[in-house]
Design a protein. Structure first.
Length: 297
Protein backbone atom coordinates (compact mmCIF):
# COMPACT_ATOMS: atom_id res chain seq x y z
CA UNK A 1 0.00 0.00 0.00
CA UNK A 2 1.42 3.41 -0.91
CA UNK A 3 1.54 6.33 1.52
CA UNK A 4 -0.80 9.18 0.57
CA UNK A 5 -1.22 12.83 1.39
CA UNK A 6 -4.26 12.93 3.64
CA UNK A 7 -5.74 15.88 1.80
CA UNK A 8 -5.83 13.64 -1.29
CA UNK A 9 -7.60 10.90 0.68
CA UNK A 10 -10.41 13.31 1.56
CA UNK A 11 -10.59 14.61 -2.00
CA UNK A 12 -10.83 11.09 -3.44
CA UNK A 13 -13.44 10.10 -0.86
CA UNK A 14 -15.87 12.74 -2.10
CA UNK A 15 -16.72 10.31 -4.89
CA UNK A 16 -17.55 7.52 -2.39
CA UNK A 17 -20.53 7.14 -0.10
CA UNK A 18 -19.51 7.32 3.56
CA UNK A 19 -16.88 9.12 5.63
CA UNK A 20 -13.10 8.79 5.74
CA UNK A 21 -12.27 6.69 8.81
CA UNK A 22 -9.13 7.27 10.88
CA UNK A 23 -7.78 6.05 14.21
CA UNK A 24 -5.57 7.78 16.76
CA UNK A 25 -2.93 6.09 18.92
CA UNK A 26 -0.49 7.31 21.55
CA UNK A 27 3.08 6.17 22.36
CA UNK A 28 3.44 3.32 24.83
CA UNK A 29 4.83 3.59 28.34
CA UNK A 30 6.34 0.09 28.41
CA UNK A 31 7.98 -2.40 26.06
CA UNK A 32 5.19 -4.84 26.91
CA UNK A 33 2.59 -2.27 25.88
CA UNK A 34 4.36 -1.69 22.58
CA UNK A 35 4.59 -5.41 21.83
CA UNK A 36 0.91 -5.93 22.62
CA UNK A 37 -0.07 -2.98 20.44
CA UNK A 38 1.84 -4.11 17.36
CA UNK A 39 1.08 -7.82 17.79
CA UNK A 40 -2.61 -7.63 18.72
CA UNK A 41 -4.32 -4.23 18.90
CA UNK A 42 -3.07 -2.68 15.67
CA UNK A 43 -3.75 -5.74 13.45
CA UNK A 44 -7.30 -5.96 14.83
CA UNK A 45 -7.92 -2.31 14.08
CA UNK A 46 -6.34 -2.52 10.63
CA UNK A 47 -8.78 -5.33 9.80
CA UNK A 48 -11.46 -2.61 9.90
CA UNK A 49 -9.89 -0.95 6.85
CA UNK A 50 -9.15 2.58 8.12
CA UNK A 51 -8.05 5.20 5.58
CA UNK A 52 -5.23 6.46 7.81
CA UNK A 53 -4.16 6.71 11.43
CA UNK A 54 -2.26 9.19 13.62
CA UNK A 55 0.16 9.09 16.53
CA UNK A 56 0.20 11.71 19.29
CA UNK A 57 3.27 13.63 20.41
CA UNK A 58 3.09 13.28 24.18
CA UNK A 59 2.80 16.00 26.81
CA UNK A 60 5.38 18.71 26.22
CA UNK A 61 6.71 16.89 23.18
CA UNK A 62 8.03 14.28 25.60
CA UNK A 63 7.59 11.36 23.21
CA UNK A 64 8.88 13.01 20.04
CA UNK A 65 11.45 10.39 19.08
CA UNK A 66 9.17 7.53 20.09
CA UNK A 67 6.24 8.99 18.12
CA UNK A 68 8.29 9.33 14.93
CA UNK A 69 9.50 5.74 15.25
CA UNK A 70 5.93 4.47 15.71
CA UNK A 71 4.67 6.40 12.67
CA UNK A 72 7.58 5.08 10.62
CA UNK A 73 7.00 1.49 11.74
CA UNK A 74 3.26 1.53 11.01
CA UNK A 75 3.92 2.87 7.51
CA UNK A 76 6.78 0.47 6.74
CA UNK A 77 5.43 -2.74 8.26
CA UNK A 78 1.68 -2.26 7.78
CA UNK A 79 1.54 0.04 4.75
CA UNK A 80 -0.99 2.43 6.28
CA UNK A 81 -0.74 6.20 5.80
CA UNK A 82 0.10 7.57 9.26
CA UNK A 83 0.10 11.16 10.49
CA UNK A 84 2.55 12.56 13.02
CA UNK A 85 1.28 15.03 15.62
CA UNK A 86 3.58 18.03 16.11
CA UNK A 87 3.26 20.68 18.82
CA UNK A 88 4.85 24.03 19.67
CA UNK A 89 5.61 22.93 23.24
CA UNK A 90 9.19 23.29 24.52
CA UNK A 91 10.65 23.53 21.01
CA UNK A 92 12.52 26.17 19.02
CA UNK A 93 11.79 26.77 15.36
CA UNK A 94 15.08 25.07 14.49
CA UNK A 95 14.12 22.00 16.51
CA UNK A 96 10.76 21.84 14.78
CA UNK A 97 12.55 22.17 11.47
CA UNK A 98 14.71 19.21 12.47
CA UNK A 99 11.63 17.11 13.18
CA UNK A 100 10.17 17.97 9.79
CA UNK A 101 13.43 17.06 8.06
CA UNK A 102 13.58 13.71 9.85
CA UNK A 103 9.92 13.03 9.06
CA UNK A 104 10.45 13.82 5.40
CA UNK A 105 13.47 11.51 5.17
CA UNK A 106 11.35 8.68 6.63
CA UNK A 107 8.53 9.23 4.16
CA UNK A 108 6.18 10.77 6.73
CA UNK A 109 4.08 13.13 4.64
CA UNK A 110 1.27 14.15 6.99
CA UNK A 111 1.45 16.39 10.06
CA UNK A 112 -1.21 17.42 12.58
CA UNK A 113 -0.08 20.88 13.69
CA UNK A 114 -1.04 21.76 17.26
CA UNK A 115 -0.10 24.35 19.82
CA UNK A 116 -0.18 21.67 22.50
CA UNK A 117 -0.92 21.82 26.20
CA UNK A 118 1.39 23.55 28.69
CA UNK A 119 4.30 21.34 29.81
CA UNK A 120 3.65 19.11 32.81
CA UNK A 121 3.79 21.00 36.08
CA UNK A 122 2.56 24.26 34.56
CA UNK A 123 -0.98 25.51 34.00
CA UNK A 124 -0.41 28.58 31.84
CA UNK A 125 0.86 28.45 28.28
CA UNK A 126 4.11 30.34 27.76
CA UNK A 127 5.76 30.77 24.36
CA UNK A 128 8.97 28.72 24.17
CA UNK A 129 12.06 30.85 23.63
CA UNK A 130 12.83 30.77 19.93
CA UNK A 131 9.60 28.91 19.22
CA UNK A 132 5.98 29.58 18.30
CA UNK A 133 3.20 30.95 20.47
CA UNK A 134 0.23 30.00 18.31
CA UNK A 135 -0.56 26.99 16.16
CA UNK A 136 -1.23 29.14 13.08
CA UNK A 137 2.48 30.01 13.16
CA UNK A 138 3.33 26.31 13.14
CA UNK A 139 0.90 25.69 10.26
CA UNK A 140 2.53 28.53 8.30
CA UNK A 141 6.02 27.17 9.00
CA UNK A 142 5.12 23.65 7.85
CA UNK A 143 3.36 24.96 4.76
CA UNK A 144 6.48 26.91 3.78
CA UNK A 145 8.58 23.77 4.29
CA UNK A 146 6.54 22.08 1.57
CA UNK A 147 5.80 18.43 0.92
CA UNK A 148 3.35 17.84 3.76
CA UNK A 149 -0.41 17.64 4.10
CA UNK A 150 -1.32 19.61 7.21
CA UNK A 151 -4.16 18.98 9.62
CA UNK A 152 -5.14 21.16 12.56
CA UNK A 153 -7.42 20.95 15.58
CA UNK A 154 -10.92 22.40 15.87
CA UNK A 155 -13.00 22.89 19.00
CA UNK A 156 -16.79 22.61 18.60
CA UNK A 157 -17.29 24.21 22.01
CA UNK A 158 -14.38 26.64 21.70
CA UNK A 159 -10.85 26.17 23.05
CA UNK A 160 -10.62 26.07 26.83
CA UNK A 161 -8.04 28.90 26.78
CA UNK A 162 -10.05 31.19 24.49
CA UNK A 163 -11.88 33.30 27.06
CA UNK A 164 -13.52 35.44 24.35
CA UNK A 165 -15.82 32.57 23.40
CA UNK A 166 -16.28 30.01 20.66
CA UNK A 167 -16.97 32.46 17.83
CA UNK A 168 -13.59 34.07 18.40
CA UNK A 169 -11.98 30.64 18.62
CA UNK A 170 -13.60 29.57 15.35
CA UNK A 171 -12.12 32.73 13.84
CA UNK A 172 -8.70 31.52 14.95
CA UNK A 173 -9.47 28.16 13.32
CA UNK A 174 -10.34 29.83 10.02
CA UNK A 175 -7.03 31.68 10.22
CA UNK A 176 -5.17 28.37 10.62
CA UNK A 177 -6.93 27.06 7.54
CA UNK A 178 -6.07 30.22 5.60
CA UNK A 179 -2.43 29.71 6.64
CA UNK A 180 -2.31 26.29 5.00
CA UNK A 181 -4.23 23.64 6.97
CA UNK A 182 -5.84 21.11 4.62
CA UNK A 183 -8.34 19.60 7.06
CA UNK A 184 -9.62 19.95 10.62
CA UNK A 185 -9.95 17.20 13.23
CA UNK A 186 -12.12 18.20 16.16
CA UNK A 187 -11.57 17.70 19.82
CA UNK A 188 -13.86 15.11 21.39
CA UNK A 189 -17.47 16.22 21.85
CA UNK A 190 -20.64 14.50 23.02
CA UNK A 191 -23.37 16.77 21.67
CA UNK A 192 -23.52 16.73 17.88
CA UNK A 193 -25.30 20.09 17.94
CA UNK A 194 -21.97 21.67 18.91
CA UNK A 195 -20.27 20.17 15.86
CA UNK A 196 -23.05 21.18 13.49
CA UNK A 197 -23.07 24.74 14.83
CA UNK A 198 -19.32 25.03 14.28
CA UNK A 199 -19.62 23.56 10.78
CA UNK A 200 -22.44 25.90 9.80
CA UNK A 201 -20.49 28.92 11.06
CA UNK A 202 -17.28 27.98 9.27
CA UNK A 203 -19.07 27.17 6.02
CA UNK A 204 -20.76 30.58 6.20
CA UNK A 205 -17.27 32.10 6.43
CA UNK A 206 -16.16 30.38 3.23
CA UNK A 207 -14.31 27.43 4.80
CA UNK A 208 -14.41 24.42 2.46
CA UNK A 209 -11.84 21.99 3.93
CA UNK A 210 -13.03 18.74 5.56
CA UNK A 211 -14.24 19.18 9.15
CA UNK A 212 -13.60 15.78 10.68
CA UNK A 213 -15.45 14.71 13.82
CA UNK A 214 -13.26 13.43 16.64
CA UNK A 215 -15.12 10.70 18.54
CA UNK A 216 -14.03 9.17 21.85
CA UNK A 217 -15.88 6.02 22.95
CA UNK A 218 -16.47 6.18 26.72
CA UNK A 219 -14.60 3.45 28.61
CA UNK A 220 -15.35 4.54 32.18
CA UNK A 221 -17.26 7.29 33.92
CA UNK A 222 -14.34 8.55 36.01
CA UNK A 223 -11.99 8.59 33.02
CA UNK A 224 -14.29 10.57 30.75
CA UNK A 225 -15.04 13.10 33.49
CA UNK A 226 -11.30 13.62 33.92
CA UNK A 227 -10.74 13.98 30.18
CA UNK A 228 -13.53 16.51 29.72
CA UNK A 229 -12.38 18.59 32.68
CA UNK A 230 -8.89 18.75 31.20
CA UNK A 231 -9.97 19.81 27.70
CA UNK A 232 -13.10 21.81 28.48
CA UNK A 233 -15.56 19.56 26.66
CA UNK A 234 -19.11 19.31 28.01
CA UNK A 235 -20.97 16.20 29.09
CA UNK A 236 -24.69 16.70 28.28
CA UNK A 237 -26.98 16.36 31.28
CA UNK A 238 -28.64 13.17 30.01
CA UNK A 239 -25.23 11.58 29.43
CA UNK A 240 -23.97 12.66 32.85
CA UNK A 241 -27.08 11.23 34.52
CA UNK A 242 -26.53 7.87 32.81
CA UNK A 243 -22.90 7.79 33.88
CA UNK A 244 -23.94 8.52 37.47
CA UNK A 245 -26.34 5.56 37.30
CA UNK A 246 -23.57 3.29 36.00
CA UNK A 247 -21.14 4.44 38.66
CA UNK A 248 -17.87 2.48 38.89
CA UNK A 249 -18.99 -0.39 36.63
CA UNK A 250 -16.47 0.09 33.81
CA UNK A 251 -17.86 -2.84 31.82
CA UNK A 252 -21.31 -1.24 31.78
CA UNK A 253 -19.74 2.14 30.98
CA UNK A 254 -17.89 0.69 27.99
CA UNK A 255 -21.05 -0.98 26.67
CA UNK A 256 -22.95 2.28 27.05
CA UNK A 257 -20.06 4.12 25.41
CA UNK A 258 -20.31 1.87 22.35
CA UNK A 259 -24.04 2.53 22.06
CA UNK A 260 -23.68 6.28 22.57
CA UNK A 261 -20.83 6.66 20.07
CA UNK A 262 -22.68 4.52 17.51
CA UNK A 263 -25.73 6.78 17.68
CA UNK A 264 -23.52 9.86 17.58
CA UNK A 265 -21.74 8.60 14.46
CA UNK A 266 -24.99 7.57 12.78
CA UNK A 267 -26.29 11.13 12.94
CA UNK A 268 -22.96 12.60 11.84
CA UNK A 269 -22.84 10.30 8.81
CA UNK A 270 -26.48 10.95 7.91
CA UNK A 271 -25.75 14.67 7.94
CA UNK A 272 -22.70 14.40 5.70
CA UNK A 273 -19.64 14.44 7.92
CA UNK A 274 -16.50 14.07 5.76
CA UNK A 275 -14.63 11.96 8.27
CA UNK A 276 -14.70 10.34 11.70
CA UNK A 277 -11.50 10.19 13.72
CA UNK A 278 -11.69 7.65 16.55
CA UNK A 279 -9.66 8.32 19.67
CA UNK A 280 -8.91 4.66 20.37
CA UNK A 281 -6.83 5.09 23.56
CA UNK A 282 -4.81 2.16 22.14
CA UNK A 283 -7.79 -0.17 22.66
CA UNK A 284 -9.61 -2.10 19.94
CA UNK A 285 -12.85 -3.42 21.43
CA UNK A 286 -15.05 -0.31 21.37
CA UNK A 287 -13.86 0.92 17.98
CA UNK A 288 -14.43 -2.51 16.42
CA UNK A 289 -17.94 -2.72 17.88
CA UNK A 290 -18.87 0.79 16.72
CA UNK A 291 -17.56 0.19 13.22
CA UNK A 292 -19.50 -3.08 13.00
CA UNK A 293 -22.65 -1.36 14.27
CA UNK A 294 -22.26 1.28 11.56
CA UNK A 295 -21.64 -1.31 8.84
CA UNK A 296 -18.24 0.24 8.11
CA UNK A 297 -15.96 -2.60 9.22
Amino acid sequence: MSIHLIRDIYTAHKQIQGPVISFEYFPFKTEEGQASFFDKTLPRLLDLGPDFCSVTYGAGGSTRDKSIKIVDRIQREFGLTTMLHLTCVSATQDEIGGVLSEASELGIRNILALRGDPPQGTKVWVKPEGGFEYSYELVTYIAKSGGFSIGTAGFPEGHIDCKEGKLVDWGHLKNKIDCGADFVITQLFFDNADYFEMREHLRSQGVTVPLVAGVLPILSGSQIKRFTQMCGARLPETLLTKLEEIGDDDEAAAEFGIKYATEQCEELITRGVEGIHFYTLNKSRSTIAIMENLGLA
